[in-house]
Design a protein around this ligand. Structure first.
Ligand code: FES
Length: 203
């Protein structure tokens, strides 16, 4: 017959397991008296970390894909904005294109899209149709910035005021008789001075 000491060493105790190393205790399972928190197996932590990395990479790839296939902004600032038909413009006309934050001007050489942002300190430059003209195209009309008085002609050329250069341009696309402006700060053409090479002739 086994003694109490033999039972403790070589045979299961009558009461349940009480410590680490006892048969019947799963690895990482809470152990009475062995700690206050829950133990998480290292293998499980590594598995979670691996899945986290995989999901992060998949998320980034999905974001790139959606950005690639998502339709580009059209008809608003930052995208291609339709100004109208070529036939809608007479030489000397200046049309406000509010969605594109610019003016489309028809000059004898073609079309210009002038960003309404003043090159001086960024005020919005209005077109003054009744002011005296600063060019030979028409008798009236010029741009006059209300902030510090810079004045520009139909080409956006600086005529007077503190602005350091002409009004900036947006590229124009003319296809099938329709005039469109490629708007946005990333497409803007900054020019040191106005000349005919920077205009976009009717196609
Ligand atoms: S912001 Fe237009 S002249 Fe100063």
């Amino acid at each position: 017959m086994a003694t109490d000491q033999q039972e403790g060493l070589f045979a299961p105790r009558a009461s349940g397991p009480t410590g680490v190393g006892d048969p019947g205790i799963a690895v990482g399972a809470p152990v009475a008296g062995a700690g206050r928190g829950i133990r998480i197996p290292r293998r499980l932590v590594l598995r979670w970390g691996l899945w986290g990395m995989i999901l992060t990479v998949l998320g980034q790839m999905s974001g790139c894909f959606v950005g690639f296939v998502w339709p580009k902004k059209v008809g608003a600032f930052g995208g291609l904005v339709t100004a109208g038909e070529v036939a809608d413009f007479q030489v000397g006309d200046v049309k406000l294109l509010r969605e594109g934050k610019c003016y489309v001007t028809r000059v004898p050489e073609g079309f210009l899209a002038l960003w309404w942002k003043c090159p001086h300190l960024g005020c919005t430059v209005p077109w003054r149709a009744d002011d005296p003209s600063e060019d030979a195209i028409a008798s009236a009309g010029r741009f006059n910035c209300p902030c510090h008085g810079s004045i520009y002609d139909r080409y956006g050329q600086i005529v007077a005021g503190p602005a350091p250069r002409p009004m900036d341009l947006f590229p124009i696309v003319i296809e099938g008789g329709t005039v469109r402006v490629q708007t946005g700060p990333t497409t803007v053409v900054v020019r040191a001075r106005s000349d005919s090479m920077e205009q976009f002739p009717v196609q």
